[in-house]
Design a protein around this ligand. Sequence first.
Ligand SMILES: Nc1nc2c(ncn2[C@@H]2O[C@H](COP(=O)(O)OP(=O)(O)OP(=O)(O)O)[C@@H](O)[C@H]2O)c(=O)[nH]1
Ligand SMILES: [Mg+2]
Ligand SMILES: [Zn+2]
Length: 333
Amino acid sequence: MVPELQALGWGDDFDAAYRAFCAPLSPDERGQLTPVRVVGTSRQTFRVRGLHGEQEARLAGALRRQGEVIPALGDWCVLQMGPENAGRVVGLLPRRTTFARALGADNERRRPQAARQQVIAANVDLILIVTTPDADFDLERLERYIQAVWQSGARPALVLNKTDLRENVHWWLEQLRTLGADLEVHTVAAATGEGLQGVRALLAEGVTLALIGSSGVGKSTLTNALLGRDAALTGEVRVSDQQGRHTTTARTLYLVPGGGLLIDNPGLRDIAVWDADSADFGDVEALAAQCRFRKCTHTTEPGCAVQAAVRAGDLSPVRLAAFQAHPARGRRR
Ligand SMILES: Nc1nc2c(ncn2[C@@H]2O[C@H](COP(=O)(O)OP(=O)(O)OP(=O)(O)O)[C@@H](O)[C@H]2O)c(=O)[nH]1
Ligand SMILES: [Mg+2]
Ligand SMILES: [Zn+2]
């Protein structure tokens, strides 16, 4: 596999999906295409990175009309190359993981036609939930975050930051351990560099890691420490109530020197998580019933009705990813 793409998180599954996308095209058409990863998003354009470095790209009209499949940060896309920064995203490859938040009723009233979930990041392998030994510390909220991460298909781990502020770090650590025996917990002080080697070790070649947590817990400070440069803006926390100021607003996927990819998210107020128990995948299950194999995993099997529906545009790859990541899925079989 191409090393440049591998460093960006490419894998056999994306490769197979990309080939399938290209298969019906003429060699000429195929020659205009290249796989890219979304490394930055703004309202109208995407920043994408692939074999030809980084560039801005627009979403092809046909894709834009299918509101549900708008590429998100971390997505692998098919880019139709053009003259400088005139590339167009013409395809979205199926996601490995989808970290999304349900949109509130308020948002739905204003944009009734919009998708009911907002994808925060796609194809993230590991999500570090950052908290601090102070007023932010809330085991119940952390538990909700952990659930949300599992639902996304990614693996959760915890980071207790600002340990330089406490003598009794051990006590806080014990509290976090009650959240799960196999849950990895890292204690760090991002501001001083203390304890970072454990987090650094997670950033292997091609691994995508994302940071979530309240505003002010030090996600951007940790990002800068891992990148070795001041890439992300950081902000003081308010003295009055210890709350952060929502410093981070832009969303970027950084390439970490030495390997791995990192997403520094804006502080979450609280995630209205995609409700696991009420999720209804009747449409996907009806398709799955038509697969050739009873134990089909709907990935690469021949005769898979689910993948066929995705290819035909009848089933959104986002929805399939949500179905694949769903914790209750295994139980129903
Ligand atoms: N004492 C101490 N302060 C820290 C540490 N890490 C970060 N801070 C401070 O905490 C404040 C907030 O840090 P940020 O990195 O901006 O927090 P954030 O999580 O990115 O916040 P948002 O972008 O608003 O979500 C800054 O003043 C940092 O200097 C640490 O390890 N120890
Ligand atoms: Mg920040
Ligand atoms: Zn199948």
